[in-house]
Design a protein around this ligand. Structure first.
Ligand code: ATP
Length: 380
């Protein structure tokens, strides 16, 4: 996969800017807050329709403007595509593929694949479970674009079920025996079924992707740490999933909802389901979050990112893009070397940096260097 060019129009701090990528390796050079990460964020949006920095499209639009546009041309084994996203302050988006308007977001996904690695990724180990769930979901969307629909559907059901639980609590407090109360309780049963059905789809997929990622991450981890440390990654689901059978998991889901019904009614929120799941990273059977040194946590994140690259490549049959945001300076010489060797000429890579001396001379020689200054790009 090769991203040939990208055009930004009133996106973040860019007014009108085109970038032609002339090499497999691009270094985006500039001081802080000039627009380097914004450019990578535009590519992330093309790949996942999401930004890890904001959920509001308004933030992505140049201040004072009402809309913005990102257009890019990508070369794949099966041919070339032009992708375009229009973002509006109202939140309404328009998507185009080869100049044709798309009616479903799903048709847009899967044309550009990218793995992003930034200094914020240490939060994958240290941060809240939500960060790990978002990471898994973003990876799944790239492997299987239909997952974007599955996870949206789950969240929609969850929101509706939570609203109903709030109504139930209010009705219960107002008058226990009203007819309305009994009707709402029977409606809840229907939402339980839907939650278990959609939740099972999410749980199974997340569990499966972790199982595929583990051997790849273990291999990289061993090679980077150079020690006999054993990395283990577990998907911590609040439903037991020893076997992969959809019906069994769904049944357990319903049983768990039943067991927690009193708590749910008191809290007026759904406590069972993949929106409460987590991922656990262990090094030599100890939780990396609590016991890992900073160096061990960095090695772990690097191993996971390299495993993600490999997994996406295995599944889609082409190497994805690699976006490295301010990450090289954070890695020691050995980890930098491992990363650069793993990338070699294989993955088209865009790296942001504030200064060039961090780079290996061979890498510098074969890279295109782009200077980013106050929302303007200068290509050499
Ligand atoms: N919607 C927006 N409209 C105008 N400017 C914006 C908008 N969103 C962000 N910016 C500006 O973009 C700049 C930040 O750019 P970016 O995050 O790409 O920094 P960077 O060059 O990667 O720097 P660093 O090395 O610190 O990560 C800031 O100056 C910020 O004010």
């Amino acid at each position: 996969m090769y991203l040939k060019n990208i055009h930004l129009y009133t996106f973040r701090n860019y007014y009108k800017q085109s970038v032609n990528l002339q090499s497999q390796k691009t270094i985006l050079l500039g001081n802080n807050a000039q627009g380097k990460s914004n450019l990578l964020e535009a590519i992330e949006l093309l790949a996942t329709l999401k930004s890890h920095r904001t959920r509001r499209d308004q933030d992505l639009i140049l201040e004072g403007e009402k809309s913005s546009q990102i257009t890019a041309n990508v070369e794949r084994i099966y041919g070339q595509s032009e992708l375009s996203i229009t973002l509006r302050s109202s939140g309404k988006r328009s998507l185009m593929l080869n100049h044709e308007k798309l009616h479903r977001h799903l048709e847009f996904l899967g044309h550009i694949n990218a793995v992003e690695f930034s200094c914020l990724d240490l939060d994958l180990v240290r941060g809240s479970p939500e960060i790990r769930r978002i990471w898994l979901d973003t990876l799944l969307i790239q492997l299987e674009p239909i997952y974007a629909h599955i996870i949206n559907q789950y969240h929609k059901i969850l929101r509706q079920r939570n609203s109903l639980l709030k109504i139930i609590r209010k009705q219960f407090n107002d008058s226990k025996k009203s007819d309305n109360f009994m009707t709402t309780i029977s409606q809840l049963k229907l939402w339980d079924e839907q939650l278990a059905e959609a939740g099972t789809r999410v749980t199974r997929r997340r569990n499966r992707v972790i199982q595929r990622l583990v051997p790849l991450a273990q291999k990289w981890h061993k090679s980077i740490s150079g020690k006999a440390e054993l990395l283990d990654i577990n998907y911590l689901s609040n439903i037991t999933i020893e076997n992969e059978n959809h019906q069994t998991i769904q049944q357990r889901f319903l049983e768990k909802i039943e067991q927690r019904s009193i708590i749910e009614r008191n809290l007026a929120t759904t406590v069972v389901g993949p929106h409460r799941d987590d991922v656990e990273f262990n090094i030599n059977k100890n939780q990396a979050k609590f016991y890992g040194s900073q160096g061990q946590q960095r090695t772990l994140v690097l191993a996971i990112k390299l495993a993600e690259l490999q997994l996406i490549e295995d599944v889609i049959g082409e190497p994805p893009l690699l976006l490295l945001d301010d990450v090289l300076a954070e890695l020691d010489h050995n980890r930098q070397k491992q990363l650069l060797e793993a990338i070699q000429g294989k993955f088209q890579t865009l790296i942001t940096t504030t200064h060039l001396p961090t780079f290996d001379t061979e890498w510098l020689k074969s890279s295109q260097i782009i200077k980013v200054e106050r929302g303007k790009i200068f290509q050499f």
